[in-house]
Ligand binder design. Structure first.
Ligand code: GLN
Ligand code: ZN
Length: 758
């Protein structure tokens, strides 16, 4: 019997977000390229040493990325959008950053590649661009450098590649008449070449990620899959890794392709371990993804011990691993000081997950469960306590008593529209922003001082009020119509609500990469959720007291709070979302009672919760939409509810978005060339829309004439009475100079259009 253990990837940001800090210093020219590279290397080495120390049988290499691993793959394949190719045809680390972030020099700016969500996670990747004349060439050999580095630490290296089929699927074609499969052969050629070179380096196993196997694939994709893997066949062993869901609807492909191992995600895939051996030939390695790469609870190793023991009767060659890459969880629980010890024993971060893999492997090898039992005991005890609390809790009964009316606003959108128009008296093409305004270092320091007690609540409030006042005055100067307080009190849109609601726990260093240098620190939902005091009221009330223009109340929606937190696993996601929604309902009631007439409830995560397969989508959308509607159903007709979502792929959920029945939705479009509008051509969206006329993700300043063009484009599709003008996301990551210049252009562009109309 052989059991080997491995992970699908380790977090790449560093224990204290060293990569983020280094990237940002490099971008602002505070450190040199060689210094940046040194820091990256240090992180990689440390990650490898952890895997080695934790007793993993393979050291995984290739999970590091300077910005994003899909972008790394584009670099590797030499798939560089033409606009970034310089006269010497040279590509380097700067090219990579330019593609991700755009470039501005000598008045000329080059727009970055699009960015979108990585399957059903909160990670974003840079979308590869495919054209008829795209050329591929093995150009970026970072992987081989990393392998050399790793070989100094251990012998059993497992390189990780994003698979060619998933790469091809994740990209975007920019010409209608062209079929992306035309590019396949060239891409495969490079992959094959890489595999051969890996073999020469003495590599035994290569992990090839094909997460698209969790999706519904057309017969053409299936055929090409088989074709591709037959093409790639060579001496090196391929572990085909699938994750984020079950892949048995694509079993025909997996059974037919020449691979040596298959990795299955047992957490999201919901397989029956005991049957697995029936589906695969005897000599195929099955790698069981049992350690949740997306959540932070300890694994019930006892359960897996028993199941794997049974599976071992049919198979003596089994690997155990993380369900997906560990990049979606924080690095090391041992860094945490804020979580009490009695709760800490419930959790497992990336390092502890490696430890779990070793513990289980050793226990299986020596046929002894003593250590496993003591590992999972706290989890069992905790679940029992939680279960008893939950049963007696008010919230449970409140949820059971909800009925259809609790999910519906009193009047139709048409009636609300007229009432809101009379009440708010806004100009045509009203201008607003998405909520946050620039967060300076001073502001972050201020929050830090308050959090760690070096200033008191009163002093803190006074300072935040000053910032809110500044924010309001700046927006008035710019002549924006619906103002925001700017969210200075928030470090993060989910963490802030978590900190002020009952039922959440916080980490000190629980960072997870969201995109590039952006990291988020998801709170942990560990018990029932409720609101004990008003959360945003004082800030918003103060902001409104400073101006005659309407100030938008700003909340994070239930689905986003749920999906951007690490959730408990003993009750359903639907139930957690409903609990959050009821808590937000109290907040919305307080805001309205205090004269706030516009309230925005952000749901940027709504789409990422969408199950990957069509058959599962409707159920999710129905409870997710209901969670949103439950929170706003009781507001007055004159209260205008906004929502905001930031992504551009709306086609498959447009009906659900419309079902939210928000009075105004603001969405991300600027970065995708207003492509989203196509979706509204085919679907008559009944309520008002702000499609996002300025891409806040890039430091580039949008020019007035370009914005005018975009607004004109939008006006062709969205009735002018229902069109709003706004940036495509919050502005907290931008500087005031960037924001002022950009918003100035946004306002002047809008005013020019308004003049033309009248
Ligand atoms: N209101 C939030 C902000 O402006 C929304 C952020 C988001 O969509 N991710 O920052
Ligand atoms: Zn957004």
């Amino acid at each position: 019997m052989t059991i080997l253990n491995h992970i699908l990837g380790f977090p790449r940001i560093g224990y204290k977000r060293e990569l983020k800090i280094a990237q940002e210093m490099y971008w602002s020219k505070k450190i040199s390229k060689s210094k940046l590279k040194k820091i990256g290397k240090k992180i990689r080495i440390k990650n490898l040493k952890i895997q080695k120390k934790m007793g993993l049988d393979f050291l995984s290499v290739g999970d590091f990325a300077w910005y994003d691993h899909v972008l790394t793959t584009s670099m590797m394949l030499g798939n560089i959008p033409k606009r970034f190719i310089n006269s010497h045809n040279k590509i380097n680390l700067d090219t990579l950053f330019y593609i991700a972030r755009g470039v501005s020099c000598n008045q000329k700016s080059t727009y970055p590649s699009e960015m979108t969500k990585w399957f059903n996670t909160n990670y974003h990747y840079i979308v590869p661009e495919f054209h008829k004349d795209s050329n591929f060439k093995f150009s970026w050999k970072q992987l081989f450098e990393e392998i050399d580095e790793a070989l100094l630490i251990g012998k059993n290296i497992k390189p990780i590649l994003l698979g060619p089929m998933s790469y091809l699927w994740l990209g975007k074609t920019y010409e209608f008449t062209f079929n992306r499969f035309n590019l396949l052969d060239e891409i495969l050629n490079i992959y094959k070449n890489i595999l051969i070179q890996l073999k020469k380096k003495g590599i035994q196993w290569v992990q090839i990620d094909e997460p698209i196997l969790s999706l519904d694939l057309s017969s053409e994709w299936k055929k090409k899959f088989i074709y591709s893997y037959n093409y790639l066949k060579c001496d090196v062993n391929i572990l085909l890794t699938t994750y984020f869901g079950n892949v048995f609807h694509n079993l025909d492909i997996i059974q037919e392709i020449p691979i040596q191992g298959i990795h299955l995600d047992l957490v999201e895939g919901n397989y029956n371990i005991l049957n697995l051996h029936k589906y695969f030939s005897k000599d195929l390695i099955i790698s069981l993804g049992i350690i949740n790469g997306k959540n932070i609870w300890k694994t019930d190793l006892l359960k897996y011990y028993t199941l794997i023991k049974k599976l071992l009767k049919h198979r003596n060659n089994i690997w155990i691993g993380s369900s997906c890459s560990l990049m979606h969880v924080p690095i090391d629980l041992d860094q945490e000081k804020r979580i009490k010890t009695e709760l800490k024993i419930l959790f497992s971060f990336a390092v502890q997950k490696c430890y779990e893999l070793n513990l289980l492997k050793n226990s299986l090898n020596i046929n002894n469960i003593d250590l496993l039992e003591s590992w999972v005991l706290p989890l069992f005890t905790y679940n029992n306590i939680n279960d008893n609390n939950h049963k007696n809790n008010n919230i449970k009964h409140q949820i059971l008593n909800l009925n259809k009316n609790n999910y519906q606003r009193k009047s139709s959108y048409k009636d609300r529209y007229i009432k809101q128009k009379n009440k708010l008296n806004l100009p045509i093409l009203p201008i607003t922003t998405i909520g946050s305004l620039p967060q300076t270092k001073d502001l972050r320091d201020l929050r830090f001082k308050f959090k760690y007690g070096s200033i008191n609540k009163k002093e803190y409030q006074k300072e935040i009020f000053k910032i809110i006042k500044y924010n309001i005055r700046e927006q008035e100067k710019l002549d924006i119509d619906v103002l925001v307080h700017g969210e200075p009190e928030r470090n993060d849109m989910v963490e802030y609500f978590g900190e002020n609601l009952e039922g959440f726990l916080f980490t000190d260093y629980g960072w997870v990469q969201s995109y590039g240098s952006r990291c988020v620190k998801p709170p942990i939902i560990f018990s029932d959720i409720s609101r004990i005091y008003p959360i945003t009221l004082d800030w918003i009330k103060y902001a409104q007291s400073l101006t005659k223009k309407p100030v938008k109340g700003m909340l994070t929606g239930p689905v986003t709070i749920l999906l951007w937190s690490f959730v408990r696993e003993d009750i359903s996601q639907q139930e957690i979302a409903t609990q959050i929604s009821l808590a937000l309902k109290d907040e919305i009631y307080d805001l309205e009672k205090n004269g706030i007439n516009i309230i925005q409830i952000d749901e940027p995560a709504l789409r990422e919760g969408l199950p990957l397969r069509d058959i599962d989508k409707e159920k999710y959308l129905s409870w997710a939409v209901n969670a949103f509607k439950l929170s706003v159903s009781d507001v007055k007709d004159t209260t205008q509810i906004h929502t905001h979502m930031c992504y551009c792929d709306f086609n498959d959920i447009i009906q659900a978005i419309s079902n939210l029945d928000a009075d105004v939705i603001t969405i991300e479009t600027a970065r995708s060339n207003m492509e989203i509008l196509d979706c509204f051509k085919n679907f008559r969206y009944p309520n008002s829309i702000g499609p996002g006329f300025y891409d806040i993700h890039s430091p580039n300043i949008p020019q007035e004439k370009d914005i005018i063009k975009l607004i004109n484009q939008a006006m062709k599709i969205i009735p002018i009475q229902k069109l709003w003008i706004n940036p495509d996301c919050g502005l907290k990551t931008r500087t005031w100079i960037e924001v002022n210049n950009s918003l100035k252009n946004l306002v002047s562009a809008t005013k020019k259009i308004r003049e033309n109309i009248s």
